[in-house]
Write a protein of this length. Sequence first.
Length: 289
Amino acid sequence: MKIPFTKMHGLGNNYIYIDGFQVHLEESEIPQLARKVSDVNFGIGSDGLIYMLPSEKADVRMRIFNKDGSEGKNCGNGLRCIAKWAYELGYVTDTSFQIEAKSGIVDAEVFPENGLVEQVSIDMGVPLLKRREIPMVVDNYDPESRVVNEPFLVADAELNLTAVSMGNPHAVFFVESIDSSPVEELGPIIEKDDRFPDGVNVEFVEVVSGKELHFRVWERGSGITQACGTGACAAVVASVLNGYSTVGEEITVHLEGGDLFISMTENQRVIMRGPAEKVAEGIFNWPSI
Ligand SMILES: N[C@H](CCC[C@H](N)C(=O)O)C(=O)O
């Protein structure tokens, strides 16, 4: 089976995109296809696969699969690239429209120039903050309680956890210096920690000021990536919860691949603005299983 694909990235967080308006994938083969296309040696090379589809609830639907084949519930960089792609392909004609992700529906706005989209704004909605919503194991905690600057001991390290769900789970740790943050050492351990029954994306954040954060990430199912849109949103929410940042102010998040501009509104909605870039188009030879 020859599958047309487009490779796009948001600040270096890159995926292989397949247009489900044109290509039908068998449900059972998608995880293996995601693993295959993500493999830089035996496939194409990416952080995962994103499948754009028609939606019955919104203008277009996004399904995201990590490098390991697991399906994510949301993807900020993916949403911006889907918004770009859907507009440029003519599946949407307005510059404001809705995208359905597994975790819910978001409002997207594109800013086309000569029919091409480079910048996208997404209203990511309201974060989920209750321990049971992250989700985290509650044990002897109140399931309705929030997890803000809570001691979190792991692998002999004494960290302080702020947990945020942007439809997908994030463990945010504030550190003195992003350059010495233990992403490689602790990311894979925390990702699979039993306290997170669905696994977790792991972010380390250095506060430069209330309006500027440095950020590194170990993504659930993909490992270290150059950027994580939902993670950057979670970092901003965590910064507000910890009193470093202020609601209503736009915060610059410096990720390894570049900057995202994120604000949390008075009614707790998280607005993310940033780039979406197309790298290549091609045909993937997929021996249907
Ligand atoms: N690894 C994430 C999905 C991708 C999120 C990230 N690439 C983004 O831009 O938000 C998860 O399993 O929840």
